[in-house]
Design a protein around this ligand. Sequence first.
Ligand SMILES: *Cc1c(COP(=O)(O)O)cnc(C)c1O
Length: 416
Amino acid sequence: MHSFNYLDGQLYGERVKVEDIAREVGTPFYLYSCETLTNHYRNFEKALAGLEHLICYAYKANSNLALCKILAKEGCGADVVSGGELRKALQAGVPPEKIVFNGNGKTVEEMELALQSNILMFNVDSRPELLLLDEVAGRSGKKARIALRVNPDIDPQTHPHIATGLKESKFGFEFSQVIEGYKLAQTLRNIEVAGIQMHIGSQITKVDPFVEALKKIVDLAGELKKLDIKIKYVNVGGGLGITYSDEEPPSFADYAQSVIPAIKEIGAKGIFEPGRVLVGNAGILVTKVLYVKETQSKKFVVVDAGMGDLFRPAFYSAYHEIKPVNLKAESQNLKADIVGPICESGDFLAKDREIPAVKRGEFLAVFSAGAYGFSMASNYNSRLRPAEVLVKEDKFRIVRKRETYEDLGRGEDEQD
Ligand SMILES: *Cc1c(COP(=O)(O)O)cnc(C)c1O
């Protein structure tokens, strides 16, 4: 399901040799495929054809403007979680009526910007946020359309850092308090109830958690109906998983078939907030081998990308497939930790990994790096964040320049 393939031992992004890009752009860099991204979006759209719906791409997965523009042109909406992401969505050309605003810490300034922009709705995380939004909307002379984010208390069977629908999670209204939340919303003059929202976690590789959570949402919508509170939109969040190694996540069609009946039963329009499933496998990270180091007990392949470029292995022990960009038929395997240059023991891309033997100066591709890759990058150790490159058919272009040392010091006080 992606456009990074080997031909005669050479890795290509669409029809361009990755090694050629590496020589021209330098390393490390992210490489995205226009074709893969577009196909993912179109396939998701196709799977949802039987339902009135809106797909709002989760900008936090990767908010590179070039990718956002590709999706916006396809007709995709945006799920934003900050004023910065909202500005990017508008800049990418997403119509405001296709933008939803998530997050548990919205500020007054962010609310004002979203209200002025006339976005589709706010997914409200808590009672105090609801009260503040009413106040801000009143002052702005606007009515805020809202969904309440409901925490359905479902185990999504994923990594604890990315499970968000458990009872102890910081996100959303506790199930037992949500009816009260809607009753309150109905009394607020500058609030218009539009929907229900949930987001139970990320990298979910089965449909069951979605189905289970939606059962609760159907019950909730029934209760609300009795109170004469009309639900026009059911937002099922994102969370659909991808293949990093041998996971077998549901296809778009399987996922759609499992969630559509509940949304239809409620008689609502569906909103979807996919992030990872659209961009994850549309990107790779390309890095160069700096050293191959041997100790008595271990081998280390030291590369020029680390946790500052791709945080997922260090942060959640995430697995990413790693292969040489140039596969030589005769090469033997070596088993090593593939580590970055950052001064932290946690700075690794892979542990005890078998890969074809590589030497200093050769390039490695880290696969499935399009989601939560660059968007989580940092300047830790005063390193420059990597370049981002987009390939389309037989052409590539830099869609974000590698940072410079001027970027690094920007805003710092240079006085003695
Ligand atoms: C992170 C997030 C998403 C996207 O999650 P993916 O797992 O990348 O699909 C969608 N909705 C909300 C509210 C989120 O926080």
